[in-house]
Design a protein around this ligand. Structure first.
Ligand SMILES: Cc1ncc(COP(=O)(O)O)c(C=O)c1O
Length: 478
């Protein structure tokens, strides 16, 4: 005898409605037949009668059952009977599966940008068109003969791109690896997805930075992981905290973004890097090092990644083209032990048979070309210029109401508002004033924090955008 699951997140009445709908569709209750009374069903299922009433109301609203006073509740003739056409219940399907919807603030920002593309965009974490190497890529594409056969390729990634990355990783990130330890993914996002889905199980505990980009991803919750926070201060996370989390919760993995962290812009200091590696090695804990921003270091001397200091093989390293070249190419990479790369490439093949070969060819060409290094130099200068425009505008418009540390690389400025205001109201008011940003709570912080991305907006829009934000903030405060 079926009974609703009281541990499930799904309300009892919905579970009962689904269960009855299924029995009806299997023909157990044919069209026109009488359903058991509310009282009887409540007894059978061990729930309150009011819960069954709610379940019936749900089925009635979908036209599956009908109730007439005095003659009980019957399966609808129209929906299940002679009429041959039934519309699938798409609403139910859309709520199905284990993948949670995006964070509401992020959906709201996307909707606002779709409705009004002229909003000054301090929310999207990517480069503006003038910072992306579009001319260089176009000229490479014109001069290069692309593959004459477009078949399914190696799900681990296009071999010439992995070879180019092998050289790139030694030259720019001091990482010695081989093409067989590299997996090409659809941005670093897919690397994170594959790790959470394939290497971890529901109920596993993992440590993430607080605040952090990972916090903004429902993919961690969708995978059933339990998230524990490692607070980030001016120098990154406190590694000793990991020991505590391990003792208390048996964490299975650590996710960190040590260089120009999203959203805070912090860099993990050297002492903490050593400590972090030492603790991970002592506990046999893998670290996922998410490193998309290092090469944006404005001084041009990025810190070496944890991976280059890793003597015990504890690190899965993730890189991306998105923050240094073009997010739309969707090129990311992972460096991991061969057994992990093989496992994830196999899962990858089941998902989509591998990334399209064409952007992989373009990325490989660009990495090897004489354009890559000058592009990086220009990018750093332009990002620094935009960062300074943003800081100048904030100091002019809101000297008394906002505090921040100045990042030395990356795309983001993390700000504290003094006094704090309601995140949702500030976002709505800002949209009215022509500007979007990401409220800090999306990254796990309390309300009263804001992330401004300065890479996406045009340089000339930064001042007016901050003026719009300042107007919104002052209106809320007064
Ligand atoms: C720290 C970090 N990791 C991963 C990503 C995902 O980027 P992509 O999938 O475009 O490489 C982002 C994007 O904002 C990020 O900031």
């Amino acid at each position: 005898m079926w009974k609703p699951d009281r541990q499930s997140k799904k309300p009892l009445y919905e579970q009962i409605a689904d269960h009855l709908e299924q029995r009806i569709s299997y023909g157990e209750f044919p069209p026109g037949s009488l359903l058991p009374s509310e009282r009887k069903l409540a007894e059978q299922l061990g729930v309150n009668r009011s819960t069954v009433i709610l379940a019936f109301a749900e089925l009635r609203s979908l036209g599956i059952i009908e109730s007439r006073s005095g003659s009980g509740t019957r399966v609808s003739q129209y929906k299940w009977g002679a009429t041959p056409k039934h519309t699938p219940n798409w609403k139910r399907y859309a709520e199905g599966g284990s993948f949670l919807p995006n964070v509401p603030f992020l959906r709201r920002i996307r909707e606002a940008l779709n409705q009004n593309p002229t909003l000054v965009d301090f929310a999207s974490g990517e480069l503006s068109a003038d910072l992306a190497p579009m001319d260089e890529i176009a000229s490479l594409m014109r001069g290069h003969h692309y593959t004459s056969y477009l078949g399914y390729d190696n799900p681990q990634g296009y071999t010439p791109l992995r070879q180019a990355l092998e050289k790139y990783l030694v030259k720019y990130r001091d990482i010695q690896t081989t093409e067989s330890s590299i997996l090409i993914t659809s941005g670093s996002q897919q690397s994170l997805f594959l790790i959470t889905q394939c290497l971890l199980s529901p109920g596993d505990a993992v440590a993430i930075e607080d605040p952090s980009y990972c916090y903004s991803l429902p993919m961690f919750q969708s995978a059933g992981l339990r998230l524990f926070r490692l607070p980030v201060d001016r120098d990154g996370v406190q590694p000793e905290e990991i020991r505590n989390l391990y003792k208390k919760h048996r964490i299975k993995m650590i996710f960190t973004n040590p260089n120009f962290q999203n959203p805070t812009g912090t860099v993990l200091n050297d002492e903490r890097r050593n400590k972090l590696l030492e603790i991970a090695a002592e506990l046999g804990l893998p670290i996922v090092e998410d490193d998309p921003y290092s090469l944006t270091d404005y001084a041009g001397v990025p810190r070496p990644p944890l991976k280059s200091m890793d003597t015990t093989g504890s690190i899965i390293y993730i890189g991306s083209f998105s923050k240094i070249a073009a997010s739309g190419l969707r090129i990311g990479w992972m460096v991991a032990p061969n057994s992990i790369v093989e496992r994830l490439a196999d899962a990858r093949q089941q998902m989509d048979f591998g990334l399209s070969v064409i952007p992989q060819q373009v990325a490989g060409q660009f990495l090897k070309s004489e354009h890559f290094e000058p592009h990086l130099d220009r990018l750093r200068m332009q990002l620094l210029y935009k960062r300074d425009l943003l800081i100048e505008a904030l100091q002019k418009e809101l000297p008394d109401l906002i505090q921040f540390n100045i990042p030395q690389g990356g795309h983001h400025l993390w700000c504290k508002l003094v006094p704090a205001v309601n995140d949702a109201k500030l976002l709505e008011e800002s949209i009215k004033n022509g500007v979007v940003f990401v409220p800090g709570s999306v990254y796990g912080s309390d309300s009263g924090f804001v992330r401004f991305t300065f890479a996406r907006a045009k340089a000339e829009d930064i001042g007016p955008g901050i003026a719009g934000f300042a107007k919104a903030l002052r209106e809320l405060i007064h």
